[in-house]
Ligand binder design. Structure first.
Ligand code: FAD
Length: 221
């Protein structure tokens, strides 16, 4: 580590003056094929089994999906019911916890809801997300504009109904999270600070420094 720091310091002056020319499309392609795991030849293969049969993925992922399960079927006794529940939620990330809370709001008793999750409640991608959440909650932005950004960003392949729900309900969900105690970044006057997100035509990303997901999971948990 110390050696690397010394190398960076020794070469800083030279590197600051260095200029890099733009690569041509062919040169970029060549570079990607040489170094990028998504482009290198021989790094992927089709999946042989399951509902995603035929899907191309890196060898490491396919190896996992095609591996024999650690649990042997004969070790599981399905004639014995261990738990009974009205609502079973699989996964304890942001979506799972939100679903559980909304089930309670709609009148389901918490005793009738069971969350099963791989690790501890909240151990998820949700807790690791950093940048922020998009919601069009301030003019001149609008949920319709947000809808168009998402559809365009998805090359028109998105499920429109899903995008509609996501974009139309996002402002409400921001308010809901705030009511739960989520501390969004705000300016001195108490207005939400909204940042640029990738592929958007408006600043509409709401964040909590660089630990937005951790803050969301804190209030949901
Ligand atoms: C480092 C990082 C940064 C990110 N930054 C952003 C960002 O800035 N903005 C943004 O919008 N998105 C971001 N994302 C993406 C975002 O975090 C996810 O899209 C979102 O959190 C998904 O939520 P979820 O509840 O559907 O899934 P998850 O949060 O992944 O929850 C899934 C849950 O299911 C459990 N589970 C999985 N398999 C099983 C099983 N077989 N049985 C039981 N339980 C299981 C998991 O343990 C987990 O608890 C980021 C993701 C990562 C990893």
């Amino acid at each position: 580590m110390r050696e690397s720091i010394e190398l960076v310091e020794e070469t800083r002056e030279r590197r600051l003056k260095e200029e890099f020319r733009h690569l041509s499309l062919e040169e970029r392609e060549e570079l990607l094929k040489k170094y990028h795991p998504d482009y290198k030849e021989g790094t992927k293969r089709p999946l042989k089994i399951g509902p995603n049969k035929g899907m191309i993925a890196p060898h490491e992922v396919i190896d996992l999906l095609e591996a024999h399960p650690l649990i042997k079927p004969e070790q599981i006794d399905l004639s014995q019911v261990d738990y009974e529940t009205d609502i079973l939620i699989i996964g304890g990330g942001g979506a799972g916890m939100t679903a559980a809370l909304w089930a309670v709001y709609s009148g389901v008793s918490p005793e009738d809801i069971l969350i099963v999750t791989k690790l501890r409640l909240g151990d998820s991608n949700s807790v690791m997300s950093q940048g922020g959440v998009q919601a069009a909650d301030r003019p001149p932005d609008s949920p319709t504009r947000h809808f168009l950004d998402v559809i365009g960003g998805g090359h028109f392949a998105n499920d429109r109904q899903l995008v509609r729900t996501l974009t139309m309900e996002a402002p409400y969900m921001m308010r809901w999270l705030e009511e739960l105690g989520l501390m969004f970044d705000k300016d001195e006057e108490g207005n939400m600070i909204e940042l640029w997100g990738c592929g958007t035509s408006c600043r509409r990303m709401h964040s909590c420094k660089d630990y937005t997901g951790m803050e969301i999971v804190r209030v949901l948990r």
